[in-house]
Design a protein around this ligand. Structure first.
Ligand code: SAH
Length: 271
């Protein structure tokens, strides 16, 4: 049974939101923590698994909203471990994917603190499951690229569009909502077909999740109109042309079928 020693730190992947998508190891670690520093994307269902006496400390981390800066988070974790606590640093998805894990690992190691990582299900895997499709396709989508399109407010994203515009790849764009117009223009400018299928998945794995199918040239409009406030992933590539006959994609007009519209917001669950 995995438990945390006093004075050690675990970076734990909380998965995409659904508490049933936590690993068993993550759940055990949570249950043996004395303090849990958690990101804003970690939902109440996961936090409810913490032991009643554990201290739950929000440390923010949603773009555009107030949160503690990375150095402060590093210092809090180190301080708690040095005080002999059993520390869990709980991060959305997988800690090693766009999760600033390196800074926290380095800070612990520099302070002589034992630190370990427990992986989690990343948002792209949960989004594919919600869409009922595969992110890779034999012969058609041979490469899967995770990319962040996080932008500093007011600036456009600076990505290597030539390298990303591969018709045989699936792109999973994290933190891409605000940069949807740049992503669309950048990829089309680098030669990717304007009718390349795109899916937007918001709140993957959660009851309020929604999925939306569109195409690359209509992505900016779709991102503006179809997405709400939740975390969202942009998935781009031929693999997204697959449709689950029983799924929401059949529930109305689709941009792929009718290039003149932005499609319908086809959601599972309660929306
Ligand atoms: N470490 C995380 C990613 C952190 S970056 C992971 O492995 O999933 C935060 C971004 O992840 C969000 O801006 C969004 O693009 C994506 N994301 C996280 N949770 C999500 C969810 N439930 N549904 C859709 N996208 C999600």
């Amino acid at each position: 049974m995995t438990a945390i020693d006093r004075g050690t730190v675990w970076l734990v992947g909380a998965g995409p939101g659904d508490p049933d998508l936590l690993t068993r190891k993550a759940e055990r670690l949570l249950q043996s923590a004395s303090v849990i520093f958690y990101d804003a994307l970690v939902g109440p269902g996961v936090l409810a698994l913490a032991p009643p006496l554990a201290r739950l400390v929000p440390v923010g981390k949603r773009s555009g909203r107030h949160s503690k800066d990375q150095k402060t988070i590093d210092a809090l974790i180190v301080e708690a471990a040095l005080a002999g606590e059993r520390v869990v640093r709980l991060k959305g998805g997988d800690p090693s994917i766009f999760g600033r894990a390196t800074e926290e690992l380095d800070a612990c190691r520099a302070a002589g603190i034992a630190v370990h990582v427990c992986p989690g299900i990343t948002a792209a895997s949960a989004a594919a499951a919600d869409l009922g499709l595969s992110l890779t396709l034999r012969g058609l989508a041979r490469r899967l690229t995770f990319v962040t399109a996080h932008t500093v407010k007011g600036q456009s994203v600076d990505l290597d569009w030539q390298a990303l515009a591969d018709p045989q790849a699936t792109l999973a764009v994290y933190m891409g909502k605000a940069a949807a117009a740049d992503v669309s223009a950048g990829l089309i400018g680098a030669g990717l077909a304007p009718d390349t299928p795109v899916a937007l998945v918001e709140n993957a794995s959660l009851p309020e999740r929604s999925t939306f199918h569109t195409r690359l040239d209509l992505l900016p409009l779709a991102a503006r109109t179809a997405l709400g406030d939740g975390p969202a992933l942009l998935l781009i590539g031929e693999a997204l042309r697959q449709r689950d006959p029983a799924g929401p994609a059949q529930s109305g007009a689709s941009v792929l079928a009718d290039a003149g519209t932005t499609g319908v917001n086809s959601s599972y669950g309660s929306r």
